[in-house]
Design a protein around this ligand. Sequence first.
Ligand code: GAL
Length: 637
Amino acid sequence: MDWPKGVDGLCYGGDYNPEQWPENVWDDDVALMREAGVNLVSVGVFSWARLEPKEGEYDFDWLDRVLGKLHDGGIGVNLATPTASPPPWFTLAHPDALNVRPDGTLQVHGSRDTYDVHAPAYREASRRIAAELAGRYADHPALAMWHVHNEYGSTSHSPHAERAFRVWLRQKYSTLEALNDAWWGSFWSQRYSEWDQILAPRATQYLTNPAHELDFKRFTCEAMLDHYREQRDILREAAPDVPITTNHVFGQWVPVDQWRWSEEVDLVAFDSYPGAPDERAEQQSALHADLARSWAGGRPWLLMEQAAGSIHSADGSIAKSPGRMARHSMIHISRGSKGAMFFQWRAGRGGAEQWHSSLVPHSGKDTRMFREVVEFGNALPGIADAADAPVEADVAILWSPESWWATGGHASLPAKIDYLENVAQIHRILRDRGVTVDFAAPEGDLGKYSVVIAPTTYVLSKAAAENLRWFTAGGGRLVASYLTGAVDENCQVWTGGYLGGLTDLFGIRVLEHLPQPAGEQRALWNFGGAERFCELVELRGAQCVTQYATGDVIENQPAVTVNPFGEGEAWYVSCKLADDAWDRLFEALELNGPGLAGVDVVDRGRWRFIINHTDAEAQIGRIIVPAGAWAVDKRPD
Ligand code: GAL
């Protein structure tokens, strides 16, 4: 049980908010959905105020009618619990259930995500509305999947959070002595003598304690997971054969360890909103898709949201050119998504997202957008068989949520570290080389890969370090880049050469961190260049692959090294390599696949997916794909 129940083939549709529209629009919606090949819609994501207009008073009549119409139209429903947006009556009745910022500001209603996941009143109200929905719709024939909440991620620093944090810390550390040691509490007089002295990491005069911050993120992740589980268990009991999911949003501020959460959902759902207008949008989409597939670990995953018509970037919104919506969808489907879903079905007339693009734009069905939506939706049944074949990868990149959390925005670092960019860089270069990659958890199963790359995996636990040793000893090729294993799970430095204590595995010691001035490249002998960050490395058995050609302390010192270990070998890259240098390294490792720059090629069993993002025709093998188009080819048995 892991596929939207009763939905055949690939899922196609999006968030549907009929409560924003008069009923005469609903029939039109269902007719248009049928025309577009829509077979699944997410309903009720933000409908709490309509479902429970007053505490304990419910109005399900409208939802009954909506679900009835969708069912008559053959469209499955991904029914949401509305807990991401409590109604105004709730926040007024329970001001203690409001989200508190680190500076103590209370966030009031008037937007969304205004809740404190630790507040008992909010937890109770969430369980109550989930139970009402479960009781009423568990047996509804339109029900294909439950969609719990929306994009978990709101952190609260409230008194409720603090109390729960202390309980969590007691469970984790048992004694204050252990906590004080783990947090290096002797620095700046931070040793605690009572549990009640410990606060959520609030706004402070100067730098906060990195171990305290990291534990608070872990704790928030677990608390949100508990909130999810409470609803999930209610829904599961009422409808044991209906899959349950929640959609992940992607951001450094989101304290969600996707590896942990993926064990708790029946299908991994991911919202992909690339944040750059140019070819980086395609790179980011591919990165998102490979991450989501890897989190799912072989179970299904679904692109739950994307924007149909535009890309929102720091420079403003950019309209997607014709065909780009379909190509972005195909990036996800080719990499394993069980379909392509969007935010949202029909563009709203008002509200904060009134200008967000939609499958049905404000101008209605007679538009380029809707014609593209219909064309793509009607093409999907033709590739449903191909999308069943597994995506297989021989190379994995480590994805460490804790390294992302620990390096994001925190000043206690050897230099500014953009963890995501380092991961994305490796992914981008391998994608350009036509290599399909998985992501793997640092403590996860690496046994099926022949190459594992650890980009700047700053936080490396003892267990993860042993995992890398095991992988390499057994014949794997490990490639780690600068600052990998700089600190352990308590954010304490691995002394004696960093590297998570794996100095014997790499055959080197890292002696010094040497951040470099912005804009200056450090040339490597016959190997391109490095930017911003270099390390002084001492050889302890490893061979030097290339040296720094310039730089006062590092000149002629090892930049890239390789060390045979057991049956495998461990490579170390002691700097932030430029793209061309990584490309050279991957050439040396013979990581090659089919493809051309700007053309995605993903092989799945006998099927090959080709997505041509360039403005020229592309030929991959015998297949010619026109500019801006995609194709799926099936090889004979
Ligand atoms: C998502 C969210 C949707 C909508 C969308 C707009 O993060 O889940 O409700 O706000 O962004 O891009």
